[in-house]
Unconditional design. Structure first.
Ligand code: NAI
Ligand code: OAA
Length: 266
């Protein structure tokens, strides 16, 4: 397999897992040639790490998204925020760069999603939706091809990640409460950093407007538990995923990158 060039947008906690994977030799088909983050110093730290890694090489810390696009990477790993994805996806696809993304919430708007599809197709580029903190996209997509279905997405988390969100109330520190019920578009609008997974599951199935999402806060709960259920005439599948930290999401970027170049893909 020919080596692919890769750039990273968003040099935070989950992106650092991509560096760990590089250092462990788990990304042999990629050269990470550029990094970009809102804070230049973070992009610089990432680039230094890559240059010093035995599996790394020359890597440029970019001062702007345009500088990163000018490197013409084959792939961009977007690990920043739904707003960052919205900003970069069209220019990147037109630039010849395919995207691997964790901030799937940036694709919740149906019109924008269609524009992304059209742009990717016209430029022979692709958007790869990483499984993130969930999984089961295969069954969701397959059942959606077969027949009509209904999909629900229920999340349980502790009060801490909800503290700086509009639904926060002191009561959730001591009592279990359902803090949100709505569709996946409404969910990602209120919680742009919490429910990218619900938009991903929705895009894989009946669409963000149609998937019913609930969030329940449980005092002292550590981690996130997601339950995705799809029900059609013939199939009833339930996908339950508990994760103590969000690290699984960072590793799903690594898994997606490896799948892209693998002789056998899962
Ligand atoms: N799909 C999934 O399962 C999951 C998705 N996520 C999403 O992954 C992304 C990264 O999460 P973390 O690494 O935990 O966050 P983080 O806050 O540790 O790192 C994000 C980095 O991106 C930078 N950034 C943010 N907006 C930017 C922009 N517009 N342009 C350039 N840089 C920007 C920030 O300064 C920060 O350094 C977030 O969008 C988060 O919501 C997080 C967990 C699970
Ligand atoms: O980490 C999780 O469980 C989910 C998450 O943050 C997201 O989807 O944005």
């Amino acid at each position: 397999m020919e080596t692919k060039t890769l750039a990273i947008v968003g040099c935070g906690k989950l992106a650092s897992i991509v560096l760990q994977a590089l250092d462990k030799g788990l990304l042999p088909d990629y050269k990470i040639i550029g990094t970009y983050s809102r804070t230049f110093e973070k992009a610089q730290n990432f680039a230094n790490f890559i240059q010093q890694s035995k599996n790394g090489g020359s890597c440029i810390a970019c001062c702007s998204l345009q500088d990163l696009l000018d490197l013409k990477p084959d792939y961009i790993a977007e690990i920043a925020s739904p707003d960052a994805l919205k900003e970069l996806v069209i220019p990147a696809l037109k630039n010849g760069s395919s995207i691997v993304t964790l901030s799937i919430g940036g694709l919740a708007d149906a019109e924008f999603y269609e524009l992304v599809k059209k742009t990717a197709s016209e430029n022979r580029t692709r958007v790869h939706i990483a499984s993130g903190a969930i999984g089961g996209f295969d069954v969701l997509r397959t059942v959606s091809l077969m027949e009509s279905s209904t999909v629900t997405f229920d999340t349980t988390k502790g009060p801490r990640p909800l503290r700086r969100t509009p639904v926060y109330d002191d009561i959730i520190e001591t009592e279990t409460r359902q803090v949100f019920e709505g569709n996946a578009v409404e969910a990602i609008t209120l919680f742009p950093h919490q429910v990218n997974v619900s938009v991903a599951a929705a895009l894989a199935s009946t669409g963000p407007e149609n998937v019913k999402v609930s969030i329940t806060s449980v005092p002292d709960y550590v981690g996130d538990k997601h339950r995705i259920a799809i029900k059609s005439q013939q199939v009833h599948a339930v996908i339950d995923i508990y994760s103590q930290t969000a690290q699984i999401a960072g590793w799903s970027i690594v898994n997606t990158l490896r799948n892209i170049t693998a002789p056998i893909a899962f």
